[in-house]
Design a binder for this molecule. Structure first.
Ligand code: PLP
Length: 372
């Protein structure tokens, strides 16, 4: 490709922008002001020939880089052999990926539903929790992002609640744990997350009509500002759920598959949820998501006629990609790499913070060389 993209007009290509303005729905504010021509590894190239470090890893998903050669090979081969099937027809990549996820996941999360997007996986987990508990009230954290479909959007509080009518009945919010400038402060100035959690559940209990089904949480709240819950918080949250007979859903869309220095971020907390959802990183940029749950919950849902029938449930092509992603993450020890690079980044950011007063907070989970 030449330096000015395929048309030679570069990012300023008026015809391109005119067509985009005329024909695209703006679904998330404004579009980035350049034309992406290709992406490889950690970089994108725009139509002016600029190489841009993709600090977003696509939409926070490309954990093994763009167009990883082994993924390209799997896609090429699988699309030519077994691309898409009727949703109740099974294939080997689907069953193999489900079995591998069950083997790798904490606890006994041994039943797996393979879908396409993160919102869909949370929608399915919420729906299963409602069916299995025979209740409908769902609690979410105030800086959460779980997706834009009905149930997932009703439990999303960091953004996008305005303009499309009421959320699902029985949607309650807990304050997200955020030590930075918290209102819940001990006499010694430390963050009193337990008081905040107790207060949150007091409000939930007062609003509930006795139908609490589940609480959904990200082990590290990602789009809401990379909030790392204090050690002990998730265990305390799980205990609050248990006391009320609620199920716990962990959404590991952004934290799953090694990113936080554990294969699953909830391993850091030593808490096994009733549902674990994976998306973004599982397909490393291709549309693949999963709901993991226990046999007991799956059996209860099946007996009660649980339906979550989508066109791309159990599709072989993305499942084959997911298998390869897991193989690479494990083989190349990317979890360990994330742990050491995370500590390196954090130490560097902390030293910048020492020098620049305008940096109020440095967040993230890193343990290797810095104190957590
Ligand atoms: C934690 C989390 N869950 C769910 C989603 C929704 O995923 P999707 O956009 O694939 O529906 C996101 C998207 O940013 C997310 O960050």
């Amino acid at each position: 490709m030449n330096d000015m993209g395929s048309t030679g007009r570069g990012n300023a290509d008026a015809a391109f922008w005119e067509k985009a303005r005329a024909h695209l729905v703006r679904y998330g504010g404004d579009f980035a002001p350049f034309i992406a021509e290709r992406a490889q590894g950690s970089f994108m190239w725009d139509a002016d020939g600029r190489r841009i470090l993709d600090f977003c890893s696509g939409q926070m998903s490309a954990i093994i880089g763009h167009s990883h050669p082994e993924i390209v090979e799997v896609v090429r081969r699988t699309v030519g052999e077994l691309d898409h099937l009727y949703s109740t027809i099974l294939s080997r990549p689907v069953v193999d990926l489900a079995a591998l996820l069950a083997e790798l996941a904490p606890g006994k999360l041994e039943r797996v539903l393979l879908l396409s997007t993160g919102g869909e996986s949370n929608e399915a987990a919420i729906r299963m929790a409602k069916v299995a508990s025979r209740h409908h009230e769902i609690v979410g954290l105030s800086r959460s992002w779980h997706g834009v479909t009905g149930g997932a959007a009703s439990a999303t509080y960091s953004s996008s609640r305005r303009g499309h009518g009421p959320a699902q009945a029985g949607s309650f919010v807990l304050p997200a744990p955020d030590p930075y400038r918290s209102r819940f402060i001990n006499a010694d100035g430390t963050y009193d997350w337990q008081a905040e959690l107790d207060f949150g559940f007091e409000l939930v209990d007062r609003q509930s009509s006795g139908e609490l089904a589940a609480c959904i949480a990200e082990p590290i709240l990602s789009s809401g500002g990379v909030l790392v819950p204090p050690d002990g918080y998730m265990a305390a949250l799980a205990a609050k759920c248990r006391e009320r007979g609620m199920m716990l859903i962990f959404d590991e869309a952004q934290t799953g598959l090694g990113r936080t220095g554990h294969l699953f971020a909830c391993e850091h907390d030593g808490v096994v949820p009733d549902f674990l959802t994976l998306s973004k990183t599982l397909g490393a940029g291709l549309p693949l998501s999963a709901v993991l749950t226990t046999s007991q919950i799956e059996e209860a849902c099946y007996e009660r006629g649980f339906i979550f029938y989508t066109t791309h449930a159990s599709d072989p092509l993305p499942a084959a990609v997911g298998l390869k992603v897991l193989e690479i993450v494990i083989r190349d020890q990317l979890t360990e790499r994330a742990r050491s690079l995370g500590a390196y980044l954090r130490d560097g950011l902390r030293s910048l913070q020492q020098r620049h007063e305008c940096i109020g907070d440095v967040r993230g989970r890193a343990r290797a060389s810095s104190s957590a």
